[in-house]
Design a protein around this ligand. Structure first.
Ligand SMILES: Nc1ncnc2c1ncn2[C@@H]1O[C@H](COP(=O)(O)OP(=O)(O)OP(=O)(O)O)[C@@H](O)[C@H]1O
Ligand SMILES: [Mg+2]
Length: 259
């Protein structure tokens, strides 16, 4: 698609016999909001790896802002404007929340001292984490760990924000707050691609939903239509996440889905 912010152009990626992406193409425009669902092990997180530069495709191109980035590493792509959270956050536990976000702004965003402090302060404010600024990251509870992960991802002011299961294990009011935070980033112009088993959080934010299974998109389009698609429901049935599709809690939510 001409003018897309992110393009996957016929990307293929396999781990042995597991096919993550099978000649997969995707275009995301600036400011878009896209949800990604799919069974456990479908390759959703790996798809983010292909976009962020943590994984190299076996074939195909990744294009960001009109230029190929397939050969760039994750640090270079972050500086171009791709920010991501990790499904299993690994903050520096001994460092404070502020220091963690500052490192993300400096190393991820390539910002110099003064700009990085401003960016870190902004990221904490935007994720409602300012009050925890001086707390060692290792002492945070689940909600705040998830928010810190988002703060780290946005500290570089990305144009594309990739969120990987940031709502799992949260209470309803916490999910609602998170939805507000993500919407605010989108309102500032960030495109959001959000992998989430908590479907009601996704549908509160995204205009488009993709279901990844077997290396292809078995659904792609209007969220309600995708969720009602028999092929999508079938993919989920084998994975026992149908409760999530109906808006009731997904089994992962009770314990958090970080593994
Ligand atoms: N670096 C790797 N090397 C080999 N296999 C991998 C690697 N990363 C992931 N896999 C495998 O690829 C498959 C997809 O994993 P991935 O984590 O991308 O799935 P997912 O859709 O994010 O799953 P979940 O919903 O459980 O988070 C799994 O079978 C996983 O074991
Ligand atoms: Mg995953």
């Amino acid at each position: 698609m001409a003018g897309a912010l992110l393009e996957l152009d016929r990307v293929t990626k396999r781990f042995g016999r597991v096919v993550i992406a099978d000649d997969l193409s995707l275009a995301v425009a600036a400011g878009d909001t896209v949800g990604v669902v799919g069974p456990n092990g479908a390759g959703k997180t790996s798809l983010f790896g292909l976009i962020s530069g943590d994984l190299a495709p076996d074939a195909g191109q990744v294009v960001f802002d009109g230029a190929p980035v397939t050969r760039l590493d994750a640090a270079a792509r972050c500086r171009l404007g791709i920010g991501r959270t990790y499904q299993v956050p690994r903050p520096f536990g001994d460092m404070t929340v502020f220091e963690n976000v500052l490192v993300a702004a400096q190393q991820g965003g390539g910002l110099r001292r003064r700009a990085s402090y401003a960016a870190a302060a902004w990221a904490l404010e935007a994720t409602a984490m300012t009050r925890q600024a001086n707390v060692p990251a290792g002492r945070l509870g689940l909600l705040q760990r998830k928010r810190l992960e988002i703060a780290r991802a946005v500290a570089s002011h990305p144009r594309l924000l990739l969120l990987d299961e940031v709502a799992g294990g949260l209470t309803d009011p916490e999910v609602a707050q998170l939805v507000g935070i993500v919407r605010a980033f989108n309102a500032e112009g960030m495109a959001v691609v959000w992998i989430e088993h908590v479907v009601r959080a996704l549908t509160a934010v995204v205009d488009r939903l993709i279901c990844l299974a077997g290396g292809v998109f078995v659904g792609d389009g209007d969220p309600a239509a995708v969720l009602a698609d028999p092929r999508v429901r079938e993919v989920f049935l084998g994975n026992d996440v149908t409760r999530g599709l109906d808006g009731s809690p997904h089994p992962d939510e009770a314990v958090g889905s970080d593994r």
